[in-house]
Ligand binder design. Structure first.
Ligand code: RTP
Ligand code: MG
Length: 147
């Protein structure tokens, strides 16, 4: 079963949107297999956003993501990586469509509430950056046969 790393960013935690965001992925039919509220280190943030090192927004991004607690999650389900990115919406706030998380709740590109892995390789690396293997659970949900 495919897994992805999703993270409510510090703005989403401060605005009380953890529940709303979790609800959307639950109602879509995905399965939560790990989660924690954590204040991430600068080292974790730099590893997480390593692909953006050197870009003009990099420093602001690392400062932002370490500015307060984030809600880190691992979700699983068929095509969860692509489908969760679609539910999150486009990076640029002017392009994030209504109905998506960013389109419904975010105004600015740099305060865009949630992160989602963009490929299987990223998901594996990001899950390993935030979770130990024994922090993820393996269980069957009865409802899964209907989705
Ligand atoms: P994320 O990694 O946080 O889930 O966001 P994403 O895939 O939609 O976007 P990505 O290209 O990976 O960029 C990471 C975060 O950097 C900020 N950003 N600012 N031109 C800009 O000012 C700019 N471009 C990207 C955004 O906050 C984005 O979420
Ligand atoms: Mg990204």
């Amino acid at each position: 079963m495919e897994k992805t790393f999703l993270m409510v960013k510090p703005d989403g935690v401060q605005r009380g949107l953890i529940g709303e965001i979790v609800k959307r992925f639950e109602q879509k039919g995905f399965q939560l297999v790990g989660s924690k509220l954590v204040h991430i280190t600068k080292e974790q943030a730099e590893l997480h956003y390593q692909e953006h090192k050197g870009k003009d927004f990099y420093e602001r991004l690392v400062n932002f993501i370490t500015s307060g607690p984030v809600f880190a999650m691992v979700w699983q389900g068929d095509q969860v990586i692509a489908l969760s990115r679609a539910m999150i919406g486009k990076t640029n706030s002017l392009e994030a469509a209504p109905g998506t998380i960013r389109g419904d709740y975010a105004i600015h590109t740099h305060l865009n509430l949630i992160h989602g892995s963009d490929s299987p390789q990223s998901a594996e690396r990001e899950i390993g950056n935030f979770f130990k293997p024994d922090e993820l659970v393996d269980y069957s949900k009865v409802i899964q046969q209907w989705i």
